[in-house]
Design a protein around this ligand. Structure first.
Ligand code: FES
Length: 120
């Protein structure tokens, strides 16, 4: 029996949420407590809400012309705008790493490498 509710899983957060068909990935992320930073609130102006789907384009409706123009060839790699992509099946979403967390992670990796080099 077809259902109009689907599970959206977010990586690397490991969180998931069940939403109605037609819900955007951005709304689903917020319902799951996953933070996707944005500036334009869904007007396709900031492009900060890019996410990656695995497998590419599975579980979401095809992009409209506007999103297709904004993303170009990266659509083939599974990139979508979370504010535009609408759920139509179960979907696995990878969100971009928070810029502050990324900066801390890279600094720690550099420090660990420097420590390793020192003790060799
Ligand atoms: S929220 Fe700005 S482009 Fe999606």
């Amino acid at each position: 029996m077809p259902t109009d509710r689907h599970t959206v899983s977010f990586n690397p957060d490991g969180k998931s949420v069940t939403v109605k068909a037609g819900t955007t990935l951005l709304t689903a992320a917020r319902a799951a407590g996953v933070r996707i930073p944005v500036r334009c609130e869904g007007k396709m102006g900031c492009l900060m809400c890019k996410v990656t789907l695995e497998p590419p384009q599975a579980g979401v409706l095809p992009p409209a012309e506007g999103e297709r123009r904004k993303l170009g060839g990266s659509l083939d790699a599974g990139t979508r705008l979370a504010c535009q992509a609408k759920v139509c099946g179960d979907v696995s979403v990878t969100t971009p790493e928070d810029p502050l967390k990324r900066a801390v992670r890279l600094q720690l990796e550099r420090q660990n490498q420097a420590d390793d080099d020192f003790w060799r």
